[in-house]
Design a protein around this ligand. Structure first.
Ligand code: FMN
Length: 170
């Protein structure tokens, strides 16, 4: 059987969501899925892909523009593919303790794309983060890395499992 080809696309300002996307890519490859991991603004063509995982870091309740733009630009193609979404943001352990629903704007993207699922992962804010508010949050002691690599890996495995049992889009 031809291996299924998955795109993991992401929006990231300070790099932590980019790393989550890489971890998702590794976990999908562990399940023998051919996987490309790309910044959302470098995605040209969705034709080679059988499924898409799209995610972004959250900023004031919004995804990064490159991720929302990809969702809008490629809406028609994405609606025909199995699509999973993730957000990364909370700077505490809340994302591990209970399901955090998508921010309203992200919920709208999920509806527009007819996404299979959305999940929220903990975020990360560390000393190299750019921006005035980021520095303020760090000064207030609100930084830290709240990403749970094992949870991310487990979720990616559920995506892979669903994908291999899902019918391919035509
Ligand atoms: C200015 C600013 C606004 C943020 N807004 C949110 C938010 O609305 N919701 C949330 O859960 N996290 C929020 N965060 C936390 C970020 O989403 C978190 O640091 C994330 O991991 C950043 O992803 P990135 O490193 O890929 O850019 C915010 C952080 C900053 C610096």
């Amino acid at each position: 059987m031809t291996p299924r080809h998955v795109l993991v696309a992401y929006g990231s300002k300070n790099g932590s969501t980019a790393e989550i996307a890489q971890w998702i890519g590794e976990a999908l490859r562990e399940r023998n899925l051919e996987t490309d991991v790309l910044p959302a603004d470098e995605v040209d063509d969705l034709a080679p892909y059988d499924a898409v995982v799209l995610g972004s870091g959250l900023y004031a309740g919004h995804w990064r523009r490159e991720a929302t733009r990809l969702a809008r630009r490629r809406r028609r193609q994405l609606r025909r593919l199995p699509v999973w979404l993730f957000s990364s943001g909370p700077l505490d352990l809340s994302a591990d303790e209970h399901d955090i629903p998508p921010a309203p704007r992200v919920a709208r993207i999920a509806a527009h794309l007819d996404a299979r699922e959305h999940i929220t992962f903990g975020g990360s804010l560390t000393d190299h983060a750019q921006g005035f508010i980021a520095r303020q949050l760090l000064q207030q002691g609100k930084g830290g890395d709240f990403r749970n690599r094992e949870r991310i890996r487990r979720w990616a495995h559920t995506v892979a499992d669903e994908l291999v049992t899902a019918p391919l889009s035509i």
